[in-house]
Design a protein around this ligand. Structure first.
Ligand SMILES: [Zn+2]
Length: 350
């Protein structure tokens, strides 16, 4: 199979696991709230394991975990001097895992990654220069460390996404750029969501689409529109969260009524979202629906995990290493077909 992303997408589905931030935090290697990916330096083995788990589950892409690994965030924690070692370590780990034979028969693609800076301000041109510098250095390291492709993601300012694309395009590597509009349902600098994707295509992006902040219910309607309006490949990477018409993103999503102890900061985001998660079947259905309308670049973003990545792969007909351990309810102690009658009959009372 080709190592070229576009050739792969032309032939069929390509799976990309994202959401490293939340999964690494959940595994105990990162502070929530602060969210700096020091893991590539402090616990490289944990990051390598997570990458392997995602590959085992069917991700074709090994996205280097450099989300938030940019100069401004490193300044916040007073470790700016570690920015280059951190980026290079994350890229090297991703390259290593992509080249492993043990995670599946195909060659996997290593992706360099830049994302929303959180300092971009449409009304302050100085911040645009700062962000451009950050993007330039990170993309430089990604190319140095042998990236096969580049991903720019989670942009909620259209012009920050345009800037990311401009920097990525200088490398000639295939580019994926995905946006993450907030609950106002418009980019923060006033661009329409679908128009932003059209413009990204015009400016030469190979793949455009959406990632993060929104669950299947509030992302799919936009994806359908984007798919109609662009000719390039479209990417779909929702969060596995039950966002809805009233709360289109996870930032203000209220808990269920039976919550007995809410988060001290007063919102479910980012540490108390578990009761609002989609189940695996909902994620599978989303992947099926997206694939049916011609979206070939599929994945799960924050709060995703290897099980959900496998679900996406299965939804589009792929067999992956973790397929060996797919659901086998026929052997369940209560649902199975050859289980003792006294257990089967007890099911409804259990
Ligand atoms: Zn995310």
């Amino acid at each position: 199979m080709s190592k070229n992303l576009i050739e792969r997408l032309n032939k069929g589905p390509v799976i990309c696991a994202e959401g490293f931030l939340f999964e690494i935090e959940r595994r105990g290697y990162m502070s929530s709230g602060e969210f700096v990916p020091m893991v590539s330096l402090e616990h490289p083995e944990a990051l390598e394991t997570l990458h392997k788990d995602f590959q085992h589950a069917g991700s074709d892409i090994v996205e280097a975990f450099t989300y938030n690994g940019h100069r401004e965030k490193m300044k916040v924690i007073g470790k700016e001097e570690l920015i280059e070692p951190l980026n290079r370590a994350a890229l090297k780990i991703a390259r290593k895992v992509a080249d492993l034979k043990s995670t599946g028969p195909k060659p996997n693609l290593m992706a360099g990654n830049i994302s929303n800076s959180n300092i971009w301000n449409d009304k302050d041109k100085k911040t645009h220069l700062q962000v451009e510098k950050m993007f330039n250095e990170m993309i430089g390291w990604a190319v140095d460390e042998g990236a096969d492709m580049l991903i720019g993601e989670t942009y909620y300012y259209a012009e920050e996404a345009f800037k990311a694309l401009e920097v990525m395009k200088k490398t000639k590597l295939p580019t994926v750029i995905t946006i993450a509009p907030m609950a106002e349902d418009i980019m923060r600098d006033g661009y329409n969501i679908v128009d932003t994707c059209k413009e990204l295509e015009q400016r030469g992006a190979d793949v455009v689409g959406m990632n993060c902040f929104r669950g299947p219910a509030t992302m799919l309607p936009y994806l359908k529109e984007i798919k109609k309006q662009v000719k390039c490949h479209v990417a779909a990477l929702p969060i596995p969260v039950r966002t809805n018409k009233k709360y289109t993103t996870w930032f203000n999503l209220p808990d269920r009524d039976d919550c007995s102890c809410g988060a001290p900061h007063g919102r479910t985001f980012p540490t108390a979202l578990e009761p609002l998660l989609c189940n695996r079947y909902e994620i599978g259905q989303f992947a099926k629906d997206a694939y049916k309308i011609g979206i070939n670049y599929l994945g799960v973003c924050c709060l995703g995990n290897p099980m959900l990545v496998r679900e996406v792969a299965h939804a589009v007909g792929l067999t992956v290493p973790a397929s060996k351990y797919r659901e086998k309810m026929e052997n369940h102690f209560m649902y199975g077909k050859d289980i003792p009658k006294h257990m089967k009959d007890y099911g409804n009372k259990a």
